[in-house]
Design a protein around this ligand. Structure first.
Ligand code: OAD
Ligand code: ZN
Length: 341
């Protein structure tokens, strides 16, 4: 399963932002060259944008309203979600980089030199007992999907969900009515086990038993320490991630939620979409402007990028209400909770 080098989770030992790779930057719809050409052209225009619109008989419509009207009226037919830890914090699972996030907790507990070191494959080889201890206390099944997860399931039920790329390994996306083949767990999952050294799959039941006892499960082939198939820094992403990149070219709405967009190659996904695709970013703080790179054109009235600074569940509540879907959505949540425990 060897892939291109740039396909690894980009190790950022200092926990610093990782810039999307250059090739993808060149596909960026906010290409610098295009920007400067537009700047030059707009210098030739003496009227401001609103005046021009008035001349054409157009009135300026709020971008959020346009988004809602298109969603409500079924104009978005193929929707992608690109999600991170912030979609599960309301379930009680901490994210990584918030002030009381996992990175800080683990760095302090294990006295690590950098925030992301705990999830580095070399740390795992040196001290597999750290990760075993962490996993022993982690009962992912005790967490419940959030309204945001159910919203994705709701859109699937409406026949609108094309694909979900998630960085989360909590499996909550699979418990809200989205079929497995539409979920790309970019950073792996806790359902399967493997040996990261020789890449052999191992029996997850046995691995689980070892984790519960705090005993390192040694690979039957190479004696290396085994772990669930979650992707550590320095490891390759699953093939499914690469195989599904092309699906993003074919979506008309991408909803990015609960991710700092600091980790590559996942943070390049928003640039895989077609330039006419709407990109809605929902996050409790502004994200998506790495290195002042201005990845999203939130402030440009003519762009189809929109930032909702909001908690994920609050944003869902608002969107569902504004679309007039409240009753159907609540019914969907209740039924799904009953059928998928
Ligand atoms: P981060 O912790 O980096 O970012 C989570 C983002 O969600 C932050 O911008 C928070 O402000 C925001 N957030 C938190 N709670 C929220 C809520 N209820 N509603 C809306 N926004 C909220 O997590 P990720 O971006 O998912 O990888 O992290 C990416 C990767 O870094 C992880 O998959 C993991 C980590 O290293 C590996 O370990 C390989
Ligand atoms: Zn092995």
């Amino acid at each position: 399963m060897e892939k291109k080098d740039d396909a690894k989770v980009e190790l950022d030992a200092a926990g610093q932002p990782i810039k999307p790779n250059k090739d993808l930057d060149n596909n960026n719809k906010n290409d610098d060259k295009t920007d400067s050409l537009i700047d030059k052209m707009s210098n030739l225009c003496v009227k401001d944008e609103d005046e021009t619109k008035k001349d054409k008989g157009e009135t300026k419509i709020d971008k959020y309203e346009t988004f809602i009207s298109k969603l409500k009226n079924g104009e978005f037919k193929k929707i992608a979600f690109l999600t991170g830890a912030g979609t599960s914090t309301s379930a009680g699972i901490p994210d990584f980089r918030s002030p009381n996030g996992l990175f800080k907790q683990l760095q302090e507990k294990y006295n690590l030199s950098s925030p992301s070191e705990f999830f580095d494959i070399d740390t795992f080889y040196k001290n597999p007992e750290y990760f075993y201890e962490f996993s022993k206390n982690l009962d992912l099944y005790s967490y419940k999907p959030t309204p945001f997860h159910y919203f994705m399931g709701f859109l699937e039920k409406k026949g609108l969900l094309k694909i979900l790329f998630t960085q989360n390994i909590d499996g909550l996306d699979l418990r809200c009515g989205i079929p497995f083949d539409k979920v790309v767990c970019a950073h792996g999952n806790y359902l399967e086990g493997h040996c990261p050294k020789c890449k052999k799959d191992v029996d997850m039941e046995q691995l689980r038993e070892h984790i519960a006892k705090g005993e390192i499960y040694k690979c039957p082939t190479c004696q290396g320490p085994c772990k669930p198939k979650i992707v550590f820094y320095g490891e390759m992403l699953p093939m499914k991630f690469f195989e599904n990149l092309k699906v993003l070219k074919d979506v008309d709405l991408a909803i990015v939620c609960g991710t700092s967009l600091l980790v590559g190659p996942f943070n390049s996904l928003p640039y895989e979409v077609d330039e006419n695709c709407w990109r809605i970013v929902i996050n409790k703080e502004k994200v998506g402007d790495l290195y002042g790179h201005n990845c999203f054109k939130y402030d440009d009235d003519d762009s189809t990028d929109y930032l909702m600074v909001s908690y994920a569940d609050d944003a869902v509540k608002k969107i569902v209400k504004d679309c007039g879907w409240e009753e159907d959505f609540n019914k969907f949540m209740e039924e799904t909770k009953k059928n998928i425990p």
